[in-house]
Design a protein around this ligand. Sequence first.
Ligand code: AMP
Ligand code: MG
Length: 409
Amino acid sequence: MANLLSLSQALSLIEQQLPCAETIATEIINITQAQNRICAEDITSPINVPAFDNSAMDGYAVRLADLAESDSLPLAGKSFAGSPFQGQWQDKTTIRIMTGAMLPQGTDAVVMQEDTEQNPDGTIRFKRIPRLNENIRCCGEDLQQGQIALKKGEKLTALSLPLLASLGISHVNVYRRLKVAILSTGDELVPVGQPLQTGQIYDTNRFCIKLMLNKMGCEVIDCGILPDNPTLFEQAFMQAQQQADLVITSGGVSVGEADFTKTVLEKVGKINFWKLAIKPGKPFTFGQLPQAWFCGLPGNPVSALVTFYQLVQPIIAKLSGHTQWQPSPQLIATTATPLKKSVGRLDFQRGFYWLDQQGNLQVKPVGFQGSHIFSAFVASNCFIVLEQERGNVNAGEQVTIEPFNELLG
Ligand code: AMP
Ligand code: MG
């Protein structure tokens, strides 16, 4: 196993070799079209949020100094959200105020309605003395004008886009979408929807990869299925790389007699690395074609998905300018059952984790761990990450888990 690259070595090579975000073209688009796009500049707030002091409660706006003299004040007007109190607030009076309504100038606290009552003469009695600024949302306390609201390299999501809307920002500068060409290789593959002949199987990988690319905001160029023929590989790779920033293939990266991906890549481009100390996914290949980056995924659907998740995901994040991307945090869990593991490679077993009644994180492997068993993946919610040097694991031992992120959601 000495000639195998570790996953962390591979990831740092990728990090060094891929260009930084400054080289990516940008465009300005409407925020309604911007979901899953990557913000290409720091966005500063054009306004204070809140834009004015306003009430956090339905109640009465007062000045503390007035309440020191009397617990009752005459009512001098109303302030509603969208219809502020008009005129000049007079000291020793109170203003009826609603949530979100502008605070009359000169008042310095809001007493919630439940802490007041109306006296028979119509004045308002305050049952308790509020603190200074109690129930007041102060101007700029959320964001100050000029403060960074969203960082460059952040993905625009259902959380961040409404923030821009709340600031009145209708257009945003984003990196252009990464163009990714995908193709499946294998004489045995048939597109879904066609009948299977003897020895044929359905092409799962292209569909799976397309779904994940959509999640990552990429523009997908589907180059179909390629028969195991080096001449056709060469033609297809060269065509794909003219249209795309990244070419992703699956299958044909092992050492079988019909595995042509590597030899063709070597001929028309360059292999940056091949063969990793991970399981599944050992034959993952990273390289370059004259005008595009290249990722060769293994053919088994489980291996294809695991290597996409662990390697292609950070590659796409970097090429898309998504510099704020982070792998999901790894957690420690107790394995409820023994785990089979041989020393030598970093294992990504498919697992299911849950919190037991004592609040401890437990995990168990899901089904048979063969890289051709895709159905078990569907029942899993995390990878059980078993270190390269680790052997078999007993029930009750602690293991690292990596909960799936939104890519598989
Ligand atoms: P390969 O890496 O080409 O040797 O393929 C390894 C295994 O994955 C073989 O059993 C292939 O039939 C299978 N396989 C390859 N590509 C796909 C695909 N696109 N969808 C489903 N299975 C595939
Ligand atoms: Mg094949």
